[in-house]
Write a protein that binds this ligand. Structure first.
Ligand code: AHR
Length: 483
């Protein structure tokens, strides 16, 4: 397969925002308990109760923010159950997932773990069966320096300095019947959001707020912006691809990021139109704060699945889309980091990482620079679902001007053929390539506990030849550092 990629370093789309590489963890299955938290008395090696192998693996993908405590769990979670002496914390029934919640991991543990990881917190308050007042108290506990009840509690529990949690979302998927305390329509959710925002902002006016949006119902988004827009900094969107249930073939799975990119743009335009119609001056962008593939094997209570190269390709395509959309979608969180629809999988002794994890490893190497314009000329195939041609190649690029480095992210959807790709760079002269890629032998290759390194990041370095052509393996995610 022959193709061309054009990069124009002078055509800047937007400064890169590392928050598009965010993660999401939930009190669900073995994500928090067993994955992140094992307790100090566990036989599993841990640092202050945080599972060590997972901690190191999460650190290695440098998540800029980590959303918590859910998900559906958030809509029934009462944060005060998770603070104070552990032996006094109540064990509660979690109605969202039908599980027992020991409350050993609460706000203080979350913040401590996030800080050890080197990340930033992003908290979802309970706007399901919780109240605006409870949410405002949580903001006080985390951010206040006053000598009032909740700030004092934090200090009393050993945390003198405020946590300064900047980003908060008001509720989770409140449009869905599966959500505790769901709303009947966007108007109800807008009204509820307004009340939460009002009280939370009174405690700390500097916090940034995310309201519940959806890719299912434009009217919902209009109502949310119309009613609560003046308080919101972001509207959230969640997208899962329910793969085999919908009979998705490989070709269709890897075509879908095109539709997801378009959907995100449409939702943003809806926000812009609504703001203009109702004269709302606020800058409101998107937080794509849950996204992933979801296989039929991932069932409650554990939601486990082991993803493969095809899912790594999907993941790379979404990250390329997010780079291109960074101006309008500056926040995204992969769902989820550990054991639930996971990037990282543990058992009692060992840990493995999926090809999707390796994609994050590749992409998070660069967290600065500008996203610059790329275009591709490539052979294509026809997607039945999208009803149009899909190019085999996808590309996105980041340019770091002071180091004169171009990071070019190239995905080859072609399951059978490698691509000989001519690289055209406008505005810079490059001669060397450090080429890292994830490809495996087939699109179904995965890592397992028996064969944990079946899929790895491969690496080669070379000089660009006179025809400036690089070979991109079949079914692969590539990072080319061009200098
Ligand atoms: O990530 C699993 C679940 O999927 C989350 O709890 C919920 O927000 C979504 O429906």
């Amino acid at each position: 397969m022959k193709a061309h990629i054009f990069v124009d370093i002078d055509s800047i789309i937007a400064p890169f925002d590392k928050r598009i590489y965010g993660q999401f963890i939930e009190h669900l299955g073995k994500c928090v308990y067993g994955g992140i938290w094992v307790g100090e008395t566990s036989k599993i090696p841990n640092i202050k109760g945080y599972r060590q192998d997972v901690l190191e693996a999460v650190k290695a993908i440098k998540p800029p923010l980590i959303r918590w405590p859910g998900g559906n769990f958030a809509s029934g979670y009462h944060w005060e159950d998770g603070i104070g002496p552990k032996n006094q914390r109540p064990k509660k029934y979690d109605m969202a997932w039908g599980a027992e919640e020991p409350n050993e991991f609460g706000t203080d543990e979350y913040i401590e773990w996030v800080r050890i990881v080197g990340s930033e917190p992003y908290i979802t308050v309970n706007a399901g069966n919780g109240t605006p007042e409870e949410a405002a108290h949580w903001v006080e506990y985390c951010n206040s320096t006053r000598d009032t009840r909740y700030a004092l509690l934090r200090k009393q529990y050993g945390h003198k300095e405020p946590y300064n949690v900047k980003l908060w979302s008001i509720g989770n998927e409140l449009y869905g019947w599966w959500q505790i305390g769901f709303c009947k329509d966007g108007e109800e959710c807008g009204r509820r959001t307004l009340e939460f925002a009002n009280e939370m902002k009174r405690v700390d006016p500097k916090i940034q707020l995310v309201g519940v949006g959806t890719d299912l119902d434009p009217e919902w988004n209009v109502d949310m912006i119309r009613i609560a827009g003046k308080y919101l900094d972001y509207l959230s969107v969640h997208t899962y691809i329910f793969t085999e249930k919908e009979g998705k073939t490989y070709d269709e799975l890897v075509a879908l990021p095109i539709r997801i990119e378009e959907n995100l743009k449409h939702i943003y335009y809806t926000i812009e139109q609504t703001k203009s119609k109702y004269n709302i001056k606020k800058d409101i962008k998107l937080a794509f704060d849950e996204w992933n593939v979801w296989y039929p094997e991932a069932q409650p209570p554990l939601l486990t699945q082991i993803t493969s190269i095809k899912d790594a390709i999907f993941t790379g395509l979404i990250l390329n889309s997010l780079q291109r959309l960074v101006k309008i979608v500056p926040i995204a969180c992969f769902a989820q980091t550990v054991n639930v629809l996971p990037l990282i999988i543990t058992d009692e002794e060992n840990m493995i990482v999926t090809p999707q994890y390796l994609v994050f490893k590749l992409y998070t190497e660069v967290m600065e620079g500008d996203v610059v314009a790329t275009s591709v000329i490539s052979p294509s195939y026809v997607s039945k679902e999208l009803q149009r041609p899909v190019p085999y190649l996808d590309a996105s690029a980041i340019y770091i001007s002071n180091e004169k480095r171009i990071y070019l992210y190239v995905i080859n959807r072609n399951p059978d053929e490698f691509g000989d790709v001519e690289i055209h760079i406008k505005g810079a002269d490059v001669s060397t390539v450090k080429h890292r890629y994830i490809s495996g032998k087939t699109v179904n290759d995965k890592n397992t506990f028996q064969n944990p390194e079946n899929v790895k990041i491969e690496e080669k370095q070379y000089k660009l030849n006179s025809s400036r052509t690089v070979r991109i393996p079949a079914h692969s995610v590539n990072l080319l550092l061009l200098q």
